[in-house]
Write a protein of this length. Sequence first.
Length: 342
Amino acid sequence: MPSFSPSRAALRGLLRVAAAAEPLFGGAVHRDGNVLDPELHAVLAAAQRAGLASIETLPVPQARARAARLLRAFDAAPRAMARIVDTHAPGPAGPLPVRVYVPHGAGAAMIVFFHGGGGVIGSVDSYDLTVRMLAARTGCVVASVDYRLAPEDPHPAAIEDAVAAWAWARAAAPRFGCDPARLAVAGDSFGGFLAAWVERRARDAGLGAPALTVLIYPLLDLTLTQPSIDTFADGFLLTRAMMTWFRGLYLPGDDAARRAASPLLLDDVRDAAPALIVTAGFDPLRDEGAAWAERLRATGARVTYRCHPELVHGFIGLTGGFRRADAATRALCDDVAAALGR
C-alpha cells in the first residue's frame, strides 16, 4: 500500500519552502468573481516555477509516475481500515481489479468509486490515501475500481469496465455487509465522467439505479467548449493543454464521436438518480458540473450542487496540506453520509 515515503515528504517540503521563499506572488488571485485560497496560490506558483505542474509533454509512463508523486504530496493522512480486500470483478476484457475498503464502524452503504486522471493516469494505488479518507469520513464501504486506461485501451473501454464493476458491486455488496439498495456511484474528474455514464447505463440496462450519484468536479463534455475552460486555462493545477492531451489519448476521434461520448450533451437525461455534484471555483471543469446540475434539475431529479469558489480542481487529493480543501471534503463526506445513511 502507498505510504508516507521520503520522496513524498521531500516533495512536500520543496513546495512549501519554495512558496515561503517568494513572499510576493502578485497579490490575491481574482478570477470570475472568485478569490483563490492564498495557500493554494503560493504552492501552485511554486510548483509551476519548479516545472512540476506539467505532465502533457512527457511520455505516458513518466507522466503517470510524476502525477502520482505530485498529487500524493498533499494527500490525506493514512486512515486505518477495519479490513481491505483486493479482489476482482468480471470485466469485458478479463478480471477487473477492485480494492474494497471497510472502515471501522461501517454502515450498510457502499460507494463504487472511480479515480480521476483524464482516462490516462491514476490508479487504485495512487488514490489509496484519498479513498481511505472517504471511507473513514462517510462511514461507507468503498469499492475502488482499477479500470483500463488510454492510450493502451481507449474509449469506450473505461466506461465498459465501470458498468461491469457496478454490476459486480450490486451482487457483491452483501458479502461486505452492505445493502444493494444503498449503493452509490462516485468519481472525481474523469471518474465523475465514468460515474455519470454508469448511472445512465444502469438505468438503460436494468442494472439497478444508484441510490446516489456523486460527481466531484466531473468531466462531462469532451468537446472542451465550456467557458470555464478558457477562464482557467492555465495555472490552476488542471490546464487546458493537459485536458487536450488527455482527450487526444482517450478519444482520438472526431467532434461527432466526442459529442456522443459526452454525458452533458446527451439528448435524454430523464429519470436520473439523486445526485450530489461538487465543483471548484478555479477549475476548467466548473461550468460543465454546474450545467449538468441544471439539466438534471430541469427533469425533476433531486440534485444537490455545491461550488467551493476558492479551490482548484483535484482538491480532495489536497486535504493533507490545505485547510479549505479539507473543509470542503469534510462537507462532501457529510453530504454523502446524510444521503445514504450511516
